[in-house]
Design a protein. Structure first.
Length: 217
């Protein structure tokens, strides 16, 4: 029975049915299921399937947004229980669109996918200065700093952040990831970023992989 509920949570989440997800998460809790199992095997698993389909262009931004909304609805019910059992996030990520850039659709998708991968997210919004990223990362004890840019003119601000990290002697402390339409792997290597990913689903996979590897070393 428990497995059926978990499967249903995942399936309704993929369809973006927030009401059903909320009701099923509540039902699973009422039946005494482990909140971590509900989170990992129901909600996060469903979101990763959505991410995979998005990556293969089988679904598009609107479907991802609706699924993410359903995930958030489920997480809202679970959160108090997760706090009780002391659920540790995979890692902490500070994310934002760089200074001078006001585009946020791509960044918001990455936020959702990272959340779906089990990260605690600190979303700085748009037009974020290099210093602001670093101060927030230091304040929350982040593992990853993610920067997005949609304008070629704002891309140099990504390099400014990396330079600033080096100046402060903090470069090795953080995994720095970059993305956005004009950004590519060559640029990421030139500025000394750790990773570039072409889409939101890959960003979440790579971030999780990188944090796990860093914690294991």
């Amino acid at each position: 029975m428990a497995e059926t509920i978990i499967t249903e949570i995942s399936e309704f989440l993929q369809k973006g049915r927030a009401k059903n997800v909320k009701a099923l998460v509540q039902q699973a809790l009422d039946e005494g299921m482990d909140p971590k199992v509900i989170l990992n095997e129901g909600l996060l698993d469903g979101m990763m399937i959505v991410g995979g389909k998005f990556k293969k262009n089988e679904i598009f931004v609107p479907e991802v947004l609706v699924a993410a909304r359903a995930m958030s609805a489920g997480i809202a019910i679970l959160e108090p229980k997760l706090v009780e059992v002391g659920n540790e996030p995979v890692g902490k990520a500070v994310i934002g669109t760089v200074k001078g850039d006001l585009h946020d659709i791509g960044k918001n998708l990455v936020v959702m996918m990272l959340r779906g991968a089990g990260f605690e997210i600190h979303d700085m919004g748009v037009d974020v200065a290099p210093e602001a990223f670093i101060e927030k990362a230091e304040e929350v004890g982040a593992d990853v700093i993610c920067m997005s840019a949609l304008l070629t003119t704002t891309m140099p601000n990504m390099e400014d952040l990396i330079t600033e990290l080096k100046t402060r002697g903090l470069r090795d402390k953080y995994i720095v990831m970059v993305g956005g339409a004009p950004v590519n792997d060559t640029f990421a290597q030139q500025i000394g970023a750790d990773y570039y990913t072409p889409d939101a689903a890959s960003a979440a996979e790579k971030a999780k992989e990188a944090v796990m590897a860093k914690k294991a070393s």
